[in-house]
Design a protein around this ligand. Structure first.
Ligand SMILES: Nc1ncnc2c1ncn2[C@@H]1O[C@H](COP(=O)(O)OP(=O)(O)O)[C@@H](O)[C@H]1O
Ligand SMILES: [Mg+2]
Length: 240
């Protein structure tokens, strides 16, 4: 495993024409912790995560893994594993064949394949065609793909979309294991309550701006429910 580097985002901004998708976004995700990046649909989560990974060029600001931008990392997929969309595996390929292709393209040893399939509980389905996979299995294959380089940092955009309750519990345990190994885990969701048992730290984004960030316990103290805490904090934000 590579070192779990902190993700440091400072003043990140991006407009698409007249749409200010992300404005002055600043936060840190620490190693050894699960950080939830939460906000409603359209809040700017995916745009932020795509800027972290060098897929969208920011208008302003910086995103660093430790002290290095994604595009300056010597072996990016060995340092940062990302799941932005469901695994783009060919439907006629097996899970193992898909991972073999990714290994060959990215230079990761094929010996990693069984280890990642095992870690996401897909080893029993390794030779089945992806076409027959459920959404949950596709999510797990996407995670397996991100883990091929044994990265110290994981960036996951709404990985619980389409998971059933058992899948969400599985994901929670899985993310905790990764963080306990010293990895940095940044996970986005548009459902605050979905992350309440999963994360150590919260970063709330609304209309492209950070509404609140800090420890989950500090956040929860602002209301009797997470929704109330969210409303209290975002209401305060708009009166500043
Ligand atoms: N490529 C794009 N072109 C134009 N507008 C975009 C593009 N990508 C995102 N947006 C807009 O930016 C805002 C933030 O989108 P996004 O980052 O996808 O939010 P989230 O992931 O939180 O749902 C939305 O208003 C969305 O419509
Ligand atoms: Mg999104």
């Amino acid at each position: 495993m590579t070192q779990g580097l902190p993700i440091r985002v400072a003043g990140l901004s991006k407009a698409f024409g007249p749409v200010e998708a992300v404005t002055d976004v600043t936060f840190t995700a620490a190693a050894g912790r699960v950080t939830g990046f939460v906000g409603p649909n359209g809040a700017g989560k995916s745009t932020t995560l795509r800027m972290l990974l060098g897929l969208i060029r920011p208008d302003r600001g910086s995103a660093l893994f430790g002290d290095t931008q994604y595009r300056d990392l010597a072996t990016p997929t060995g340092v940062v594993g990302a799941v932005l969309d469901l695994a783009a595996a060919h439907p006629a390929a097996s899970a193992r064949a898909h991972l073999r292709t990714v290994c060959d393209l990215s230079g990761h040893p094929r010996s990693r394949i069984d280890a990642v399939l095992d870690s996401v509980d897909l080893i029993g389905y390794a030779d089945r065609k992806v076409r027959g996979f459920s959404t949950g299995m596709r999510q797990r294959l996407a995670l397996a793909t991100a883990l091929l380089g044994d990265p110290g940092v994981l960036v996951l955009d709404e990985p619980s979309n389409g998971l059933d309750p058992a899948g969400i519990v599985w994901l929670r345990t899985f993310l905790r294991t990764l963080a306990d190994e010293g990895r940095t885990v940044l996970i986005s969701s548009h459902v605050l309550t979905e992350l309440q048992y999963s994360v150590d730290d919260l970063v709330l984004i609304d209309h492209g701006r950070i509404a609140w960030s800090g420890g989950l316990a500090d956040f929860a103290a602002h209301g009797t429910t997470l929704e109330q805490a969210f409303l209290a904090l975002t209401a305060k934000e708009t009166t500043v």
